[in-house]
Design a protein around this ligand. Structure first.
Ligand code: NAD
Ligand code: GLY
Length: 366
């Protein structure tokens, strides 16, 4: 039996929907990485025009012995294309190639490709198996794990989607070497997130290692991806469909999603909006009494050192409120925020309107 390339493994424990996350450098070149992929006659690799020239041939070759046919679909690149029209290209490809309900979809790319391919897998013939092969830092530490799939609507981010778990998540750390620096920083935002909401030791580790992470030191990246996946696995394992605890993973996202849709999808990267959104959520947490000003400053400084913006765009207070009301966490028109009730712990709650307005006035550019 050939040995598999050296890697770490994190399990997502969800009964009969459990699956492993494999983390290592060079996994994409190793056929053994895909040993657990279900047998089928056909596979469709969904990727985009940026990632295809980098990694599609490698993936196609490595899985070719497992399938009679391996087809490739290149979507247009970018958050602005995370929509119905682009999703439909996946269905067009599946139907025009006569793909059956055992066809395995491979999502090769960042969170945009992963979320759309997952949604297509959830709905094509009412569900076909899919594999996440995340190639951005953000996708390796967050979006490929946990089964949230979605597309955007012009009125709201990720508003249309499904919970649908992959069969396998394969994080090849070597793919991060080709990532533009701005995209690396965007991924660091979601890594930082896990500290204040769940694990203060991890926050301290990130503070010590932030320069190594920005410099893409392999050992630092490997630890950050693994620990992030462990935390996400622990949360998702307790609350797969976000009836409670899982909402903490949206720390910074209520403000962040408003920035993304308010500016137009793709203007700020998702991770940039989340980074700045965490600064805003930290200020709100301070006003609600969960953390002190020193902790807000500590978090802000780390987000800045990760190369992320910490001043929110001037969309106007009323526009922010309008956008945040469309958030999935809103109930009966009340905006609900994930805030820190103490360092290392988060809850979801409403906040007085006047307080939210003060935070917006404080955090937005003049
Ligand atoms: P992305 O998918 O747009 O990828 C960022 C850019 O990097 C793209 O231009 C992409 O083509 C390029 N790229 C990807 N891999 C590359 C590589 N190895 N080398 C060079 N370029 C590469 O953005 P993202 O930050 O990966 O994901 C953001 C999306 O993820 C958002 O739509 C967000 O809503 C979603 N998301 C989903 C979840 C979830 O739980 N499902 C969680 C967090 C974020
Ligand atoms: N990214 C938030 C979640 O997966 O729940």
């Amino acid at each position: 039996m050939p040995l598999m390339i050296s890697h770490e493994r994190v399990e997502i424990e969800l009964g009969d929907r459990s699956y492993p996350i494999l983390i290592g450098s060079g996994l994409l070149n190793d056929p053994m990485s895909f040993a657990k992929v279900p047998d089928s006659a056909s596979a469709l690799i969904v990727t985009n025009t940026t990632v295809a020239p980098l990694y599609a041939a490698t993936l196609s070759k490595v899985i070719s012995s497992r399938f009679r046919s391996v087809r490739l679909l290149e979507l247009p690149d970018g958050e602005a294309h995370k929509d119905w029209q682009t999703l439909n290209l996946i269905f067009d490809a599946l139907l025009s190639h006569g793909c059956d309900r055992k066809t395995v979809l491979f999502a090769l790319g960042g969170g945009v490709v992963g979320d759309m391919t997952g949604f297509a897998a959830a709905s094509y013939m009412r569900g076909v198996p899919f594999v996440q092969v995340p190639t951005t830092l953000l996708a390796q530490v967050d979006s490929s794990v946990g089964g949230k799939t979605a597309i955007n609507h012009p009125l709201g981010k990720n508003m249309i989607g499904a919970f649908y778990q992959p069969q396998l998540v394969l994080c090849d750390l070597a793919t991060l070497n080709t990532l533009p620096p701005r995209e690396l920083s965007a991924g660091l935002a979601e890594i930082i997130k896990y500290g204040p909401i769940y694990d203060m030791d991890f926050l301290a580790w990130i503070e010590t290692n932030i320069d190594a992470l920005v410099a893409r030191e392999p050992a630092a990246l490997a630890h950050a991806v693994k620990r992030s996946c462990e935390i996400k696995a622990a949360v998702v394992g307790q609350d797969e469909r976000e009836t409670g605890l899982r909402a903490i993973l949206n720390f910074g996202h209520t403000f962040g999603h408003a920035i993304e849709s308010g500016l137009g999808y793709g203007e700020w990267l998702h991770g940039e909006a989340v980074g700045c959104g965490m600064v805003m959520a930290a200020h709100l947490s301070e006003r609600l009494g969960g953390i002190d000003a020193a902790f807000v400053q500590r978090l802000t400084a780390l987000i800045q050192r990760a190369g992320l913006p910490v001043v929110a765009p001037a969309l106007g207070v009323e526009r922010y409120l309008e956008l945040m009301r469309i958030d999935k966490k809103s109930e009966a028109g009340e905006i609900r925020f994930v805030v820190l009730d103490k360092p290392g712990s988060a809850i979801m709650r409403g906040a007085p309107d006047a307080m939210v307005r003060e935070v917006l006035a404080q955090c937005c550019a003049a």
